[in-house]
Design a protein around this ligand. Structure first.
Ligand code: UGA
Length: 437
């Protein structure tokens, strides 16, 4: 079977390479020439472990190609995946679905044979129904051009594994025919016992945003509790371990720290509240505003604690920041709490030097006025305070004595609660976490 993937950003490039791995012939449609040239050369325009090998393998085998022409896509296949982005609108908390709409309206007039168009982008509930209408109106084959909504749950850093071995497959369908096309298409994944949920468009759309909203809520819950831990002398890591043993709660996504960022969780919860408002049920979702507020407060809280550790004045202080990406195994700095904290302290007058194993360049493009170092030790040179903000494994392996030898004041704030504070303290450091003893 042949497929196309429209939009080859994070989601699309991963989907295209993974579907080629499953044995399909894939044509990726990417309008950005720089990205398209890189992908055509077998290179991934961002950092994602394992993806470049897979992409290069299938570009070399000829099973994976790229184009900028939607006409080529319509000629090539009858199964089309829409994987374009839905960023936050500049003017509101809502999601910008114009790229999804452009993909559907661009493709539809070329559909002269029965086809299935599968939306994978994260969209406000109601979008799929609207896209199905546009498709049927504009496609020369009319209602034989069908829409399926098939949300994606991949995590950055684990994108290949999450795509090839997902926790579940969700299909929002409007006909038995399109359901069968997708069941056949995903057979290699479903045969391994992956749960399949077949439902309507609205439920499929809401599954995706509800999953991200729940994860965000878990993180903000533990971060709120960490503030109480701090005020009362309790330890949030012990607490999370203890409540996490309750299978109904679970330990994952209970790591207190500087909070969540990235291109998904922050914008998805805002878009969810916004859409609930449009549907007249905003009150039901107002708690998500608090989830967002708690998350933002973590960033200010860290800046405040850092300032206190510098005796109340950050001007002229040198601050080393370990980590800029919103999470490890990624060079993504979109809405990154690490970079936001680095930026806050810089704007208050501190001299901030950042080191991230992969994200120095993406961070520099977003925040050029910070200093960037080539290693963890170089960043710590003459520092009055060291902030551990993205939990790359190399920061846990660092030789504390080597860091002690270069800093001006041995002070550490672990914004991810993952460093061995006792080891740092026994090396003479003032070391603290967030909500930790
Ligand atoms: C998230 C979801 O986890 C995926 O299931 C979803 O498919 C994806 O969004 C999406 O909508 O595309 P991702 O943005 O890659 O994936 O990152 P996560 O692993 O969810 O982490 C998000 C943020 O939460 C990171 O900044 C991370 O540091 C933070 N986090 C995570 C915590 O602060 N504490 C935790 O315990 C866990």
């Amino acid at each position: 079977m042949k497929i196309t993937v429209i939009g080859c950003g994070y989601l699309g490039a991963t989907h295209a390479a993974c579907m080629a791995e499953l044995g399909y012939e894939v044509l990726g449609v990417e309008v950005n020439q720089r990205k398209r040239d890189l992908l055509t050369a077998g290179k991934v325009p961002f950092y994602e472990p394992g993806l470049e090998d897979l992409l290069a393998k299938h570009v070399a085998s000829g099973r994976l190609r790229f184009t900028d022409s939607i006409q080529d896509a319509a000629d090539f296949a009858d199964v089309h995946f829409v994987c374009v982005g839905t960023p936050q609108l500049p003017s509101s908390m809502g999601a910008d679905v114009s790229y999804v709409e452009a993909a559907v309206t661009g493709l539809a007039p070329h559909l002269t044979r029965p086809a299935v168009v599968i939306g994978k982008s994260t969209v406000p509930v109601g979008t799929a129904g609207r896209m199905a209408g546009i498709l049927a109106d504009l496609a020369p084959v009319g209602s034989a051009a069908e829409l399926v909504w098939n949300p994606e749950f991949l995590r950055e850093g684990f994108a290949v594994k999450d795509t090839l071995e997902p926790d579940r497959v969700v299909l929002g369908v409007a006909s038995a025919r399109s359901e069968q096309v997708l069941r056949d298409f995903y057979a290699p994944i479903l045969e391994t016992g992956t749960p399949l949920i077949v439902t309507d468009y609205a439920t499929a759309e809401l599954v995706k945003v509800s999953a991200n909203a729940f994860l965000a809520t878990k993180i903000s819950f533990i971060n709120a509790v960490s503030e109480v831990c701090e005020a009362s002398g309790a330890d949030v890591v012990d607490l999370a371990d203890a409540i996490g043993h309750d299978a109904r709660i679970g330990r994952r996504f209970l790591n207190a720290g500087i909070g969540f960022g990235g291109g998904c969780l922050p914008k998805d919860i805002r878009a969810f509240v916004h859409r609930a408002g449009e549907l007249g049920v905003e009150d039901a979702m107002t708690f998500l505003r608090q989830v967002d507020d708690i998350n933002q407060r973590q960033r200010s809280r860290v800046a405040q604690i850092a300032t206190a550790m510098l005796d109340g004045d950050v001007t002229r202080a040198r601050i080393a920041v370990w980590g800029a990406a919103f999470k490890p195994d990624s060079d993504d700095v979109r809405d990154s709490p690490a970079l936001s904290i680095a930026g806050k302290l810089h704007l208050r007058g501190a001299h901030v030097t950042v080191y991230d194993p992969q994200a120095n360049e993406t961070a520099r493009a977003m925040f050029p006025t910070l200093d960037y170092a080539g290693s963890a030790i170089e960043a710590a040179q003459d520092a009055d305070l060291l902030l551990h903000l993205t939990e790359w494994p190399e920061f846990r392996r660092v030789d504390v004595a080597a860091v002690s030898a270069v800093v001006r004041r041995p002070q550490l704030l672990d914004g991810r609660n993952l460093l061995d504070l006792e080891a740092w303290r026994s090396a003479g450091w003032t070391a603290r976490g967030l909500g930790r003893r």
